[in-house]
Design a protein around this ligand. Sequence first.
Ligand SMILES: [Ca+2]
Ligand SMILES: [Ca+2]
Length: 113
Amino acid sequence: MKRITKKITACFVSAFMLCAGTCASFISASAANDAIQTTKASHTYGDVNDDGAITIADVVCVLNALKNGYFESGQCPQAADVNGDGSITNEDATMIQNYVLSKGNTGRCGQKF
Ligand SMILES: [Ca+2]
Ligand SMILES: [Ca+2]
């Protein structure tokens, strides 16, 4: 059952990423630098919605931000740059998805900053 859920999640996210990819390619992490919108003292790479866990919801946050061009209030854009290249792209979303699915390159997901 868990395996099927992971496959369904992966399909959903892949389809969403395909759609988001046609709308926007990246958001500059430096442009979002003044946008930490939570009051926590520390954050975790990959935990974009800052709820204390890295889940598929964080992947969706990144994809929505790529589509819309901005992060919602309460989200932590810096946590989205998991490959540390200074931009937030589909690659970051893929790495967070990999972390959720426990496979592939996860960048610095899970590290505190
Ligand atoms: Ca989260
Ligand atoms: Ca990045």
